[in-house]
Design a protein around this ligand. Structure first.
Ligand code: NAP
Ligand code: ZN
Length: 349
């Protein structure tokens, strides 16, 4: 067992604090990673504060992990010491199945979250990336292209794949009009990746305060949803709408912005249910859908796509001691556009 240092939530209402714990001895198929950076996803906040229920404490959040391989088990073939690697939202999958489903594993029973979950044995808690090291099965480790710096690559492991997957699934590309609701950590990656795929991307944000950034990231248009005119102007416009908002909003109003046969995909997970009126769907044969992260195979495809197109998240690097203040700023939409923790700032043992 190796001792790891990190930060943990010990209770839904308490700030995160320094925490020391054990990582398992590497098995033959394990990769040992020295974590250099970890992104701060809004899901970390939802779970640290038990907003979705069932949180397991102490909880070391973090599923946007970027680091360097320091050791590999004897059976590992794809990684070697010194490689730049990432870990995303899960560290095992299909643990009750005869074989692993490589295309839709994130939707199968037996998914093991990177934190706030239990390993395949059902009893060993998993601890996430707000820490200095990690031991992960080779099949759940991603290769980060050499041209992507590790600090900026980290948010691709959740924010990047969560937007790439629905954009690819609903075939965003030339001729497709795509809207992204909310330009936060997830949303700004939707703009960058959607534009790189060739789609015509519009941002629907609460205000116009980030308009220059949105257009620089590749959006063709940018509207404030606080302005009622926006909903009149854009009625029936989009083939695809990706909703990244972490709070409850009136989905009916946004559904009216879809063309006939258009699809709105929910990515954000508000704490409470949001009512949908049947007319918002039947009036345009519209679809309300959902999408959750992506498979490991698709995550690697996304990383390679971002490497090829030089797509990087915009980040604010923070000291880990500032994590609780960072959480408050994320909630206020006061981040441009993803906080990333510099793990060199972890207090020494
Ligand atoms: P974030 O950085 O906080 O971005 C959310 C954005 O939503 C904000 O920047 C803001 O954009 C908008 N927003 C926030 N509150 C709003 C309100 N009350 N009304 C209207 N718009 C509001 O969070 P994130 O890390 O991108 O995560 C977003 C959500 O996705 C979270 O619920 C998270 O748990 C979820 N998530 C889902 C998946 C998945 O697999 N489906 C993966 C990761 C995260 P503007 O300032 O532009 O309005
Ligand atoms: Zn996330």
């Amino acid at each position: 067992m190796a001792i790891a240092r990190g930060y943990a939530a010990t209770d839904a209402s308490k700030p995160l604090e320094p925490f020391t714990f054990e990582r398992r001895e590497p098995r033959e198929d394990d990769v040992v990673i020295s974590i250099k950076y970890c992104g701060v996803c809004h899901s970390d906040i939802h779970q640290a504060r038990n907003e979705w229920g069932g949180s397991i404490y102490p909880m070391v959040p973090g599923h946007e992990v970027a680091g360097i391989v320091t050791a590999v088990g004897s059976g590992v073939t794809r990684f070697k010491v010194g490689d730049h690697v990432g870990v995303g939202c899960f560290v095992d999958s299909c643990v009750h199945c005869a074989s692993r489903d490589l295309d839709t594993e994130q939707y199968q029973p037996g998914l093991v979250g990177t934190y706030n979950a239990y390993e395949a044995d059902g009893t060993t808690p998993t601890y996430g990336g707000y820490s200095d090291s990690m031991v992960v099965k080779e099949g759940y480790v991603l290769s980060i292209p050499d041209n992507l710096p590790l600090d900026r690559a980290a948010p691709l492991l959740c924010a990047g794949i969560t937007l790439y997957s629905p954009l690819a699934h609903w075939k965003a590309g030339p001729g497709k009009k795509v809207a992204v609701i909310g330009m936060g950590g997830l949303g700004h990656m939707g703009v960058k990746i959607g534009a790189a795929m060739g789609a015509d991307v519009t941002v629907l944000s609460q205000s116009l305060s980030k308009k220059d950034d949105g257009l620089a990231f590749g959006a063709k248009a940018y509207y404030a949803t606080s302005d009622a005119e926006t909903f009149k102007t854009l009625a029936g416009t989009f083939d695809l709408i990706l909703c990244t908002v972490s709070a409850g909003i009136d989905w009916n109003a946004y559904l009216s912005l879809l063309k006939v046969d258009g699809t709105m995909v929910l990515l954000g997970v508000p704490e409470n249910p949001v009512p949908v009126h049947a007319f918002a769907l039947i009036g345009g044969r519209r679809t309300l859908a959902g999408s959750m992260i992506g498979s490991i195979k698709e995550t690697q495809e996304m990383l390679d796509f971002c490497g090829k197109h030089d797509i990087l998240p915009e980040i604010e690097l923070i000291d880990i001691k500032d994590i609780n203040e960072a959480y408050e700023r994320v909630i206020k939409s006061d981040v441009r556009y993803r906080f990333v923790i510099d793990m060199a700032t972890l207090p020494k043992a």
